[in-house]
Design a protein around this ligand. Structure first.
Ligand SMILES: C[S@@+](CC[C@H](N)C(=O)[O-])C[C@H]1O[C@@H](n2cnc3c(N)ncnc32)[C@H](O)[C@@H]1O
Length: 185
């Protein structure tokens, strides 16, 4: 219940998530890594360990991840604090992130927490960066009114039955006008 999952994500879902990571992506953040299924897939897909920041709230899982991926910045912390964490440890000192990939149980979080996480995510992303999230529900786990409020667009990625439970991938980006505004300012 605390991790909002029956079991770790399967390889099929990990593949769908990796498919959404832009080919040019170098600097990536992972939220809610659990036992590291996506962490392992990100490294296997060519993301350098020192360009990957992983945030996991659960202390036991954090210790496990730290042991499994000693070269990766693995932080025990709250995704809501992503901006402060990424600024504090210098992860975004030279460049913002190309993608944020999330295994958080966003669907079961209150709107206020969803908003806080989405704001944190987009504060560390490049203007054209993307936020990749899976969900066990049929719809975007971030509601449309929140996307409108934050100036975000959503696109449905892949779906797999071969996961327990079956899961869909959603990809969030800034709307075009917001991205252009961010680049100009
Ligand atoms: C559904 S599990 C997904 C684990 C893994 N990514 C996977 O797909 O197998 C959600 C994970 O997010 C972590 N988590 C929940 N709330 C969090 C938060 N606010 N900040 C960081 N991690 C969080 C949980 O401890 C858990 O490991």
């Amino acid at each position: 219940m605390r991790v909002a999952a029956l079991s770790p994500s399967g390889t099929q879902l990990a593949g769908l998530m990796m498919h959404e990571v832009p080919a040019h992506a170098q600097r990536v953040v992972e939220l809610g890594a659990g036992t590291g299924v996506f962490t392992r897939a990100l490294l296997a897909s060519g993301i350098a360990a020192d360009k990957l920041l992983v945030i996991e709230l659960n202390a036991e899982l954090h210790a496990y991840l730290h042991e499994q991926f000693p070269q990766v910045h693995v932080v025990c912390g709250n995704a809501c604090e992503l901006k402060a964490i990424a600024t504090g440890n210098g992860f975004i000192a030279t460049d913002l992130a190309d993608a944020v990939i999330s295994g958080l149980g966003l669907l079961s979080m209150p709107r206020s927490v969803q908003k806080s996480i989405a704001e944190s995510v987009f504060s560390v992303l490049k203007p054209e960066g993307c936020f990749i999230q899976f969900t066990y529900g049929p719809k975007s786990p971030l509601p449309q009114d929140l996307l409108d409020e934050l100036g975000l667009s959503v696109r449905r990625g892949g779906f797999t039955w071969r996961n327990v439970p079956p899961a869909s991938v959603f990809v969030y980006t800034r709307t075009r006008s917001e991205a252009i505004h961010a680049v100009r300012s």
